[in-house]
Structure formats: C-alpha cells, structure tokens
Design a protein around this ligand. Sequence first.
Ligand SMILES: *Cc1c(COP(=O)(O)O)cnc(C)c1O
Length: 362
Amino acid sequence: MTVHPTIQPRPGILDIAPYVGGASTIEGANRSIKLSANENPHGPSEKAIEAYRAMSGELGLYPEDHTPLFDAIARVHGLDAKRIVLGNGSDELIAMLCKAYAGEGDEVLFSAHGFLMYRLSALGASATPVTVPEQDLCLDVDAMIGALNARTRLVFVANPNNPTGTMVGRAELERLADALPPQALLVIDSAYAEYLRPEEDDGALELAASRENVVTTRTFSKIYGLGALRIGWMHGPEHVCAVMHRVRGPFNVTRPALVAGLAAMADQAYVDHCRVTNEVWRDWLTKELNSVEGLSVTPSKGNFLLVHAGDRVAAFDAHLKSRGLIARLVGGYGLPEHIRISIGDETACRLVAEAARAFPAA
Ligand SMILES: *Cc1c(COP(=O)(O)O)cnc(C)c1O
C-alpha cells in the first residue's frame, strides 16, 4: 500500500482491511447461485417493487423527511416513532454510532466471531476494537462483562450473530445491559430478528425502549430483500437518537429506499411467508449437511448456516463452486475451518445438499 509521508488519515484508518463482500459470480460458470451474502432468495415484496417503479419519475427530487417510514415501523413494532433513526443500511448506523461515541483511546467491544463491521467502524473512528472470546461459537456474556472497563464506550452484539447463527436470550442481554459502566452503550444488532419465531424474540426492542443505555438496529437488507436500496433503522433512547440525527447526512436515505421501505413494511404477510419458508429449508438443510461425514452445522437462528468442514473447507468450497454454488469462506472472521452458506430457495438448498453428499470423503 502507498502511504504518503505527510498527508495521513487519523490513527486506525490504515489498519482497516477493505471489506470484501460475498462473491456473486464464478469465473467460467454460466449459471451460478449466490449463497454468500445472506440475501433473501425470493427478493422483496411485489408491493415494494411496485412502489420503487412508481417513483421513477421523481429521481430529480431530494429525499423527503423520514416520518412516514418512522410511523410504519412504529406501527408494526409498537414503538415510539420519534425514537427511530434511519440509516443508509444498518452498516451506516454502526459507523455513525462509532463516530459519535468512540474515538482515540476508547474501546469498542464485540465477540470473537462478531460481525466484521464493528471492527471496521471502530477503526474508522480511531477507537480500539476489543474482541471478547466466545463459548461454543456463541456470545459469552460473562466474558463480555469481564472485558468492560472505564474506556468501554460501545458494546456490539449481533443477535442472532453473523456468521455463527447463534444467539443469547433476553435475560442474558439484560444482564449485560445491567453490567455496563455509566459511559457505555449496548448496541444490539438485530439484522436477522425477523427470522426468529415470536417466542424466540430476545426483547431487544423493549430493552431499547426502556433503557437509557441500549439501542437496537434492524435492516431492510435481509428478510425484506432490499439490500440494493440500503436502508436500516435504529431504535433507542431519545438522547442517542438526537445525537444520531446530528451526525447523519441530511439525505442519507434515498427517495427510492424510503418509498420501497414503506411498502415493504406494510406487507408483513410477505415477511411471515419468508420467515416460515426459511425455517423449513434451514432445518432441512441442517439435517442434510449434518448427515454428511466430515461436515457439521452450528444450529442457526438466521437465514444461513455455518458449516464446519475442518481442513477440507477449501476443497468443499471449490466443490460447491464447481457446481455453481457460491458460499462464503469465513477465515476473515477467525473461522478458517468453516464456510457460511445462505439459505436459498428450495432448488438451491437441494443443490447444496446434493453437492455435499457428492463431496468425496477424505
Ligand atoms: C447484513 C448485516 C448487517 C448489515 O446490513 P445493512 O443494513 O445491509 O447494512 C448488519 N449486521 C449484521 C450482523 C449483518 O449480518
């Protein structure tokens, strides 16, 4: 990398390894299925697509205020609309939280195999990223509490987590929130919350509604199938929302995103359908892959599986690719023996199972 002798960014920024997203094509293959970015294989609601198309005559106009989407989100989830902030994807909200609350000398905590954006955003703010060990690929709240100190400003917990698919329950999140030092904020990243059954809910929204030191983020990129449009939202105490509205760009969410998000939020029947379908095929594929010698799946609460393939993981990845199936190696997450496979549609899941069964034993 070329580093200029005198013109340099703030500390931390040159430590950021540029994010590499899930691959979407295989060289030489004419047909492939992308299972590397946890996208909804069924895409967004038809109503969201219609709303997006209908606004194509308004591309010359700046985005309008966020109130209609706040209201729609608040109605669906029973929240106070004034305590919602929209981001250009939840990635932007994560970056904004780091920018607003952490800087040089401050610590940003997350678990060993936590979502990569926490590290990148902490470094982007010149803060110190701190990884906390997990227990059986799951958040260890005791270890997290043990890592808290006077420098801790932010604690990020993805629940369920990507790429492990594991989660902790409501009582554990409350215990963590109770243990925070006075200057620290807990961020519960609920990018996959809509994939949970109602009885699996971790209470993140209620925590963010009732505590001064908890916020939660959600996204339209996963179950809502609107990754291209980049919309995420945060719910939290008034004092954090007020800060976020100061650091966000005035037009951070685009006009097409606002209208499509509104239509998508109004179509909860579609969300339910996607959740049920995902669960059916996730559970089916988990069993199928677990029955293959040498592969084992971490039980997942999301729309993806973390598959352990040991020292044959690169061979398994190549084998999947040879059949047009693009999964995601997760060495970058400290999991060099695992591969993450998104839950595709029925056809994709059957092709993955077939490929796994045909994977030559060591
Ligand atoms: C995909 C993902 C997000 C990012 O979502 P965007 O809203 O598309 O930025 C955030 N957190 C986790 C854990 C994710 O897996």
